[in-house]
Design a protein around this ligand. Structure first.
Ligand code: TXA
Ligand code: MG
Length: 535
C-alpha cells in the first residue's frame, strides 16, 4: 500500500485520518512525546495490525489515547480521586495513568491485563482525529519494536513506509521521549516509566511513589514486570552503546584509550570540543535536560549502524527530567556504565584449568577492561626476552641453543629437582611481573591479571582484589576433555597437578563458583563486578 503523507496543518487531514481509523487502518500520529502508530483501540483486528507492523511482543499492552479527560470513565472503572487530580493538572500532556479497565477495552489492546494505560496527548491534530473518529486510539511509539522511538514523520516513514495507511506530519516532537507512566492500581502509586512529567511533579500531587526497578536497571527477560514493555531491549541502535560516567577529563581519557576508528561519541553540546577527535554527536545541552530528551532518539537513530561498533555515550546526572534520559539511554546501553577512574582498578583472577575463568574475563573485556594473560606473557617472553633467556642459561647452562630455549632439556632438569624448579620459577616470575607492570595502562582503566600463579608470582601485590574461579571437578574433567581433545585420565592428571578449588579460594578475597550453567555463571560474574563498583 502507499502510505499517505498528511500534513497536520492541512484542513482535511483530521477527517481523512479519522476515516482511515474507522476503517480499521493504521495511521501514525504526532504527539508531544513521540509519534504513535494509531488504530481504533476498541477494534481487536485493527489492534492486531499494530502488533504485526511493529513486530511487537503480544504480552506488551498499548496505551489508549483520549481526546479529553472526561473520556476516562468510559474505558476505566473505579477511577481513584488521584487520577482526576493528575488529569486536571497534567492533561493534555506527557502522562499515562494505568487504571482498572472496563470490558469495552478489548483484551488485545491491554494484552490480557485487567488494567489499561490512558493518556490525553498534547497535540491538537491528534485529539481532533480522536474526536472525529469517535473512538480512542491505541498507539504505541511508532518505531519498529526494539528500535529508538520516532520523533519525526520521516522516522515513521523510515520504519513503516508502504506498510501503514497514513502518517500525519506534525513536525518534530516537543518532548521527545515517551510519556511518564504511573500505575494507580496498586496499594501505592508506582512510577513505571519516567518522562516529561517528572517524579517530583507527581509526588507533589500523590505523595510517596514507588519507583519501579525497571526504571533504573535491566530487568530479566522472564521477570514479571509491571509495565511489560520495560523488560525488552529497547531504543537500541544496531551497535553497542556504553555510557561513560565521570567528569569530562576522566571520561575523555577513558574514551581516548578505548577508541577504535569508526566508533562514535554521543555527548552534550558543551563537550563537543573536548571530544572533537572522536566523531562526536551532541544530542542536547547538559544544563538543559529538555533539550537532551528532545534530541536523544534522533541521535540514537543516526547512530543505528552496525559498522560503528561502539558508541560511548554521556548521560546527565540528577533527578527531574534527567531521569527519563538516564532510563532511555540506559536501556539503549543495556544499562552498561563505565566509571573512568582516577587510577587503575586491578583485579587478580586465578583458579585451576577448566573452571571457567574465560567467562569472567569476557565480562571484564565487555566493560572495556584490559586483560593481561600471564600464561601468554610467559610464553611470549620465552620467545623474545633475551635477558630472561640469559638468566635461565646462567642458572642452567646448555638449555639455550642459538637463542632458543630447549624446553625438553630444561624440563628434564627441573621436574626431577625441586630446588632447580624453585630457581627457575624465581627467574620467570620476576620477568613476568616486570612485564605485567610494563603493560599496565597509563590511563586509569579496569585491568584483570589472569594467572594461575597469581600468588607465587607476586602478582597479587599489584591487585586491589583477588578472585578465585572454581568449579566441581567432574565438570572440569569434561570441559578439559572437550576443549583440549584429551583423554579422561590425562585431564584428571592435569587437574590433580594443580592446587585444589579450596586452596585457591583460601588464598583469594572472593570466590566465584561455576556450577556448569554458563548463563547463571555469567550473571554471577556481572553481579560481582557490579557489587565492587567495577562496572
Ligand atoms: O508517549 C507515549 O506514551 C507514546 C505516545 C505514542 O503516546 N506511546 C508509547 O507507547 O510510548 P509504547 O507502547 O511504546 O509504550 C507503552 C508502555 C509499554 O512499556 C507498556 O508495557 C506500558 O506502556 N503499558 C501499557 N499498558 C499498560 C498497563 N495496562 N499496565 C502496565 N503497563 C502498561
Ligand atoms: Mg515504545
Amino acid at each position: 500500500m502507499e502510505t499517505l503523507f498528511l500534513s497536520a496543518s492541512s484542513p482535511e487531514t483530521a477527517a481523512v485520518a479519522a476515516e482511515l481509523i474507522q476503517k480499521g487502518e493504521l495511521v501514525a500520529i504526532p504527539t508531544e512525546t513521540v509519534y504513535g502508530l494509531g488504530a481504533n483501540g476498541l477494534d481487536e483486528k485493527a489492534v492486531a495490525k499494530i502488533f504485526l507492523a511493529k513486530g511487537r511482543p503480544q504480552d506488551n499492552p498499548l496505551i489508549l489515547h483520549l481526546s479529553e479527560a472526561a473520556e476516562m470513565d468510559r474505558y476505566c472503572q473505579n477511577v481513584p480521586r488521584e487520577a482526576y487530580l493528575l488529569a486536571e493538572k497534567f492533561w493534555p500532556g506527557p502522562l499515562t495513568m494505568v487504571l482498572p479497565a472496563r470490558d469495552i477495552v478489548p483484551a488485545a489492546t491491554r494484552a490480557g491485563l485487567p488494567t489499561v494505560g490512558v493518556r490525553c496527548p498534547d497535540s491538537d491534530i491528534t485529539r481532533q482525529i480522536i474526536r472525529f473518529a469517535g473512538v480512542p486510539l491505541a498507539a504505541p511509539s511508532a518505531n519498529i519494536s526494539g528500535k529508538p522511538s520516532t520523533t519525526t514523520a520521516q522516522h515513521v516513514l523510515h520504519d513503516h513506509s508502504g506498510r501503514i495507511a497514513a502518517v500525519v506530519d506534525g513536525g518534530s516532537c516537543r518532548v521527545g521521549v515517551e510519556s511518564t507512566i504511573v500505575d494507580l492500581t496498586g496499594p501505592q502509586p508506582r512510577l513505571l516509566r519516567p518522562g516529561g512529567i517528572t517524579l517530583e511533579q507527581l509526588q507533589n500531587v500523590l505523595g510517596e511513589i514507588v519507583v519501579d526497578k525497571a526504571v533504573v536497571a535491566s530487568v530479566d527477560q522472564d521477570a514479571v514486570v509491571k509495565a511489560p514493555g520495560m523488560k525488552y531491549r529497547h531504543y537500541a541502535p544496531d551497535c553497542q552503546v556504553i555510557i561513560v560516567d565521570g567528569d569530562l577529563p576522566a571520561a575523555a581519557a577513558y574514551i581516548r584509550a578505548q577508541y577504535q576508528p569508526g566508533n562514535r561519541v554521543l555527548c552534550f553540546e558543551e563537550e563537543l570540543e573536548a571530544f572533537a577527535p572522536f566523531a562526536p554527536l551532541a544530542y542536547g545541552r547538559e544544563e538543559d535536560p529538555d533539550s537532551l530528551m528532545a534530541g536523544l532518539f534522533a541521535a540514537l537513530r543516526e547512530l543505528d549502524d552496525p559498522s560503528i561498533g561502539t558508541v560511548f555515550a554521556r548521560c546527565p546526572l540528577g533527578s527531574g527530567k534527567a531521569l527519563a534520559v538516564q532510563n532511555r539511554l540506559g536501556k539503549a546501553a543495556g544499562f552498561r556504565h563505565v566509571n573512568p577512574r582516577q587510577k587503575n582498578t586491578v583485579i587478580g583472577i586465578t583458579g585451576g584449568t577448566g573452571c571457567g575463568k574465560t567467562t569472567l574475563l569476557q565480562c571484564i573485556r565487555q566493560q572495556g577492561g584490559v586483560v593481561l594473560d600471564c600464561d601468554e606473557i610467559y610464553h611470549r617472553l620465552l620467545q623474545e626476552d633475551e635477558a630472561l633467556l640469559a638468566s635461565i642459561e646462567g642458572r642452567f647452562p646448555g638449555v639455550v641453543e642459538q637463542g632458543q630455549l630447549q624446553r625438553k632439556k630444561l624440563g628434564n632438569i627441573v621436574f626431577s629437582d625441586e630446588k632447580a624448579l624453585r630457581d627457575l620459577n624465581k627467574i620467570t616470575h620476576k620477568a613476568v611481573k616486570a612485564e605485567v607492570v610494563r603493560l599496565l595502562p597509563d590511563t586509569p582503566s579496569l585491568v584483570a591479571i589472569d594467572a594461575i600463579g597469581l600468588f607465587e608470582g607476586g602478582l597479587a601485590e599489584l591487585c586491589q582484589v583477588t578472585v578465585a574461579v572454581t568449579a566441581p571437578k567432574e565438570d572440569r574433567v569434561q570441559r578439559l576433555m572437550a576443549r583440549d581433545g584429551i583423554g579422561e585420565e590425562y585431564a584428571r592428571k592435569r587437574i590433580d597437578a594443580q592446587r585444589s578449588n579450596e586452596a585457591f579460594s583460601a588464598l583469594c578475597d572472593h570466590t566465584l563458583e561455576n556450577r556448569g550453567d554458563i548463563c547463571a555463571f555469567r550473571a554471577k560474574c556481572l553481579a560481582f563486578l557490579n557489587e565492587f563498583g567495577i562496572m
